[in-house]
Design a binder for this molecule. Structure first.
Ligand code: UD1
Length: 432
């Protein structure tokens, strides 16, 4: 099993290219199920989760071809063609769904296109129970009959799904995406109220419009969809990854470095940038992306609360906690989206961080220097927070179980090493 070794203490300096958003790609890919024509996605990141989604789509009958030369243009020069000319199988099996919850995003498109779908229930995951009840209730409102049998969601509809007025009682990114995709081929109008406004949801909506869907209110909390009889192929470029951007911004800040993040956009992540600026980090737009500079800066503790977009993203909570662990003064970090998303806390404490958890809040008292230690990655964002802490710590940090990291970060060691970090991946038995 791979592990990552870091010798901390070097301020990062240089350029880090940012890829397409994992969470956008994971909903854009299943959108191909809505049409028999080809959907071509460019700026697709190269990640384990993307391969898992590709495997899932392949067993539904989607043909795929990768074009372009990665060596010339990086992933911006690569494009994946997805063609669901014929759907040969409407079951998403347990073995693939258990590896990645986003697999449930095939449910809406399969049901809309084929009138039936069987998708394994995702089950629990490291950061909480994460049910899909809101996806299912909304599909029922659109005329689907849904039963749960042998661990599977079995959904069917006679003819087309019917437009409906859906009011989500709680903001759900995946729920909004599933219903948005289903509504494009439904009969009549669907209104999705309290829709998620995340940039990845807007990216899906723009792609669906390019495929011939009729959607109003993109980027707002109310989406109006006029169903059409068929969608067509399109060429679409995946939005930059705001969480990858934010993670490397913290890498620059925590090492008191100066880094330019290219191929990304400041407007995707204003809440994160506000927090970084409040802490004393310089963040400014450049012609190619964003510059993050903390050279000689005193980082001061700031309170953070996770919220649906445009609030502060839960997917950046662990990374900011690593930064706050080295700030002067105290910060309170409150997690409102997922229960049990503080699993990085005991690992950060092994590195000398001073953190107390009270329910959904963590009080972080900054220390002048973290110290290197053996730590264990528990989920994707927790893993990267340990890498960030390791970059700032005195001495050697070894992060075990880095396979979580490969689900969401492409070539993380290469990108950091190019900016001067002393970091390497090696194989070896994890200290379990
Ligand atoms: C997506 C992101 C994930 C991010 C999360 C919140 C992808 C692939 N993943 O996950 O990285 O952390 O948004 O920004 O895009 N809920 C229910 N019932 C439901 C659906 C959700 O109770 O049917 C709850 C969840 O348990 C959670 C909250 O609603 O507490 C938000 O979940 P949701 O926005 O749906 O997250 P995901 O789409 O799973």
């Amino acid at each position: 099993m791979d592990r990552i070794r870091i010798l901390g203490g070097t301020p990062l300096k240089g350029i880090i290219p940012i890829g397409g958003a994992k969470n956008a790609a994971l909903t854009l890919m299943p959108a191909c199920l809505l049409t028999a024509e080809t959907l071509t996605l460019s700026n697709l990141p190269h990640l384990v989760d993307i391969t898992t989604m590709a495997n899932l789509l392949a067993q539904h009958g989607v043909g795929m071809a990768m074009n372009g030369d990665a060596a010339l243009g990086g992933h911006t020069g690569r494009a994946l063609e997805l063609t669901a000319a014929e759907i040969v199988n409407t079951t998403a099996p347990y073995d693939l769904v258990r590896r990645m919850r986003a697999s449930v995003l095939v449910l809406g498109p399969l049901l809309a296109r084929c009138g039936q779908a069987r998708v394994s229930l995702p089950g629990g995951c490291a950061i909480g129970t994460r049910p899909v009840d809101l996806h299912l209730k909304a599909l029922e409102q659109m005329g689907a009959r849904i039963t749960l049998e042998e661990g599977y969601i079995a959904a069917e509809v006679n003819g087309r799904l019917k437009g409906a007025h859906i009011i989500f009682p709680q903001v759900t990114v995946g729920g909004t995406e599933n219903i948005l995709m289903a509504a494009t081929l439904a009969e009549g109008e669907t209104v999705i109220a309290n829709a998620a406004r995340e940039p990845e949801v807007a990216d899906l909506a723009h792609c669906l419009v390019a495929m011939g869907a009729r959607i109003e209110g993109i980027g707002t909390g109310t989406l109006r969809v006029q169903g059409v009889e068929a969608l067509h192929g399109a060429l679409y470029s995946v939005v930059p990854d705001r969480i990858e951007t934010g993670s490397y911004a913290v890498a620059a800040a925590i090492t008191r470095g100066d880094v330019e993040l290219t191929g990304t956009r400041i407007d995707l992540m204003e809440s994160v940038i506000k927090i970084l600026r409040d802490c004393g980090v310089l963040v400014e737009p450049t012609a190619r992306g964003i510059r993050v500079c903390a050279e000689g800066a005193e980082i001061v503790g700031t309170d953070i609360m996770t919220e649906p977009y445009p609030g502060f993203p839960t997917d950046m909570q662990a990374q900011l906690m690593a930064l706050m662990a080295t700030a002067s003064g105290a910060s309170m970090i409150t997690e409102t989206i997922f229960e049990n998303r503080f699993m990085h806390v005991p690992e950060l404490m092994r590195m000398g961080a001073k953190i107390n958890v009270h329910g959904a809040s963590a009080i972080v008292r900054g220390v002048p220097r973290l110290s290197g230690a053996q730590v264990m990655a528990t989920d994707l964002r927790a893993s990267v927070s340990l890498i960030l802490a390791g970059l700032a710590a005195e001495g050697e940090t070894v992060v075990n179980r880095v396979y979580h990291l490969d689900r969401g970060y492409e070539r993380v060691e290469e990108k950091l090493a190019a900016c001067g970090a002393r970091i390497e991946r090696f194989k070896g038995d994890a200290a379990e």
